[in-house]
Design a protein around this ligand. Structure first.
Ligand code: MG
Length: 399
């Protein structure tokens, strides 16, 4: 008979009670933003999306309740559990809370500072639990290891090489049969043994075997200040490219200048509109909104609202840029085409490129402004108005 445990009883315990903070941050690192999302939220979302996971609980520090609520808004998590003075104590308190709740049969224990847990790894761990009481992801040590002799940054002349054969770097999540891990933690407490840095250690100390399953290099732990850059690079490496298209038209009216791509251009007429009628920036704003699937400019800035009357259009573009940023995305490139007989765009093109680059916080090399006519055909050819098209290319982090 299979000893497979039903998936409905697999609970995840995420340990987020640590005090380590990102240098300069006002909060522990697990609540700091990575690509527009709190670090802890990324792994929580990955667990919540996994079909075998029935509940996710987080162990937090008593001082962090507000930061926790903010970071996890909208996620369906059980109530947070207040942790203890050490990681080991925090996990034990988490397990006791799960025991009180009743139905956990398998538990995955995960560090909040590892944002890149993936489903393939979770599947490997759960499969291993069918035959073993514990399983942990790990990677073999491939670099040469050495131990410095005098803590002075130099190596001894001989000896002290550390054999790397059979050495592994152990990650989380670690998976366990629930009752076995709970009993091991209770036993460690009773024995006064409080020096464990992970839960496989707690289990092994009580004589249980833990099997290694394949870890993942991307499943890094954000520990040092420089880790944030690598985490950002991993996030981008699992990101996707999106393209958005924008189109806009404004009609001519009486006046002496037009706003085009953020630049005031003298002309014998002006463009009519609720805002400054910058047709180029409107098309570009729509292109960016399209790339991130956030509707169109009219939804964000309804012409019916008087507050946008005469508004400078850089505000709309800046808003779209901020939305991309909030999603942890990056604008890779934008390309605008103005369609008109007059005014001549060419002399103003460098200023337009520079202005768009400034608003979008890009280098000018990532901004293209072009112009064309319609050979005197149609409404632009008759100089009744100006049309603009734009394309934006955006890189968004994986969902
Ligand atoms: Mg418009």
């Amino acid at each position: 008979m299979s000893n497979q445990i039903t998936p409905s009883h697999t609970v995840v315990l995420v340990v987020a009670a640590g005090r380590g903070s990102r240098s300069g941050a006002d909060r522990p690192k697990q609540y700091c933003m990575l690509g527009g999302k709190p670090l802890v939220r990324r792994s929580l979302e990955a667990f919540l999306r996994h079909p075998a996971v029935s509940a996710v609980r987080v162990v937090i520090h008593a001082d962090d309740e507000a930061a926790y609520r903010e970071a996890t808004a909208g996620l369906s998590l059980g109530e947070p559990i207040i942790g203890g003075a050490t990681r080991q104590e925090s996990v034990r308190l988490g397990l006791e809370a799960l025991a009180a709740a009743g139905d956990a049969q398998r538990v995955l224990v995960h560090d909040a500072a590892r944002p890149f847990v993936n489903h393939a790894m979770i599947n490997r761990l759960l499969a291993a639990l069918d035959v073993m009481p514990g399983a942990t992801p790990a990677l073999p040590v491939v670099d040469t290891l050495c131990r410095e002799s005098a803590n002075d940054g130099t190596l001894p002349l001989q000896g002290d090489a550390v054999a790397r054969d059979g050495l592994w770097r152990v990650q989380t999540p670690q998976a366990f049969r629930f009752e076995t891990l709970l009993a091991a933690h209770r036993a460690a407490l009773a024995q006064g043994n409080d020096s464990f840095t992970d839960d496989t250690g707690v289990l092994r100390a009580q004589g249980h075997s833990v099997v290694l399953v394949q870890g993942d290099e991307r499943n890094m732990k954000v520990t040092l200040p420089e880790d944030w850059q690598r985490a950002g690079e991993i996030l981008m490496s699992i990101s996707s490219i999106r393209t958005g298209l924008g189109y806009d038209v404004h009609r001519f009216a009486e006046g002496d200048h037009v706003w085009l791509c953020g630049v005031k251009v003298p002309h014998t007429q002006t463009l009519a509109g609720h805002s400054d009628a910058d047709v180029g920036l409107h098309a570009l704003t729509d292109a960016i909104l399209g790339a991130i699937a956030e509707g169109d400019i009219g939804q964000h800035f309804p012409p019916s609202e008087p507050q946008w009357k005469g508004a400078p259009s850089w505000m709309f573009l800046d808003h779209a840029r901020a939305l991309v940023e909030a999603k942890g995305g990056v604008i890779e490139h934008v390309d605008v085409t103005l369609v008109c007989e007059r005014p001549k765009v060419g002399p103003h093109r460098p200023a337009m490129t520079a202005r768009i680059a400034e608003i979008l916080r890009l280098t000018p090399a990532r901004v293209s402004v072009k112009a064309t006519t319609t050979e005197r055909l149609g409404f632009t050819g008759r100089e009744e108005g100006i049309a603009a098209q734009a394309v934006a290319t955006v890189r968004l982090p994986a969902e």
